[in-house]
Design a protein around this ligand. Structure first.
Ligand SMILES: [Zn+2]
Length: 189
């Protein structure tokens, strides 16, 4: 776990003020985080931490780089440019936060591991449909999928899906974006 320690910020006895951190994240880091959305990438992260009182913190993230995800059309790896930002508020406290935007940090540890949150911000920035540029797909693979009619249903379906959601809530509820499901599990770790 040594490699991940650099993402852990010790919040004990910090003076009020602004603190800046920079992380260069590579395949090794993402593999270690072990999320399901992507496992490889090359990403630069700037974090500005504001300490507004001894137990209250906010974090602003600027995230730029490339992650590797499977192309929706041919399933081969593709590089996806990511440029996103994120914000977190945190304070010391025990138990579960009832506010998704506020993280409670154990008063015993008084530490926050930013790697999970950075991963989450990147995962949220991955568009639902992502495909290679024209001509860069593995056409043999893409043809295979086309013949199974599993793919290429993208845009045309969107309207009918939202109509279904409106008319049939029960069915709609089952259609949770798998990425949100993955993140939910991910948060529990
Ligand atoms: Zn492709």
């Amino acid at each position: 776990m040594e490699a991940m320690d650099r993402f852990v910020i010790d919040l004990k006895h910090l003076e009020k003020g602004v603190y800046n951190y920079h992380f260069s994240m590579t395949d090794e880091d993402f593999e270690m985080i072990g999320g399901t959305e992507f496992q490889k990438g090359d990403v630069e992260v700037d974090v500005e931490m504001r300490v507004s009182s001894a137990d209250s913190f906010s974090f602003d993230f600027e995230i730029d780089g490339v992650v590797v995800v499977p192309c929706d059309r041919c399933l081969e790896d593709m590089d996806l440019e990511i440029s996103t930002d994120g914000h977190l508020d945190a304070k010391f406290g025990d138990g579960e936060s009832d506010n998704d935007d506020l993280i409670l940090i154990s008063e015993i540890d008084q530490k926050i591991d930013l790697s999970w949150y950075i991963y989450e911000f990147i995962a949220l920035a991955i568009p639902i449909r992502h495909v290679h540029e024209d001509g860069e797909c593995d056409e043999a693979m893409a043809d295979k999928f086309r013949s199974h009619e599993c793919f290429e249903s993208g845009e045309d379906d969107e309207d009918s899906e939202s109509a279904d959601l409106a008319s049939d809530t029960a069915a709609g509820e089952k259609e949770i974006d798998p990425r949100w499901e993955a993140l939910k599990n991910f948060k529990l770790k």
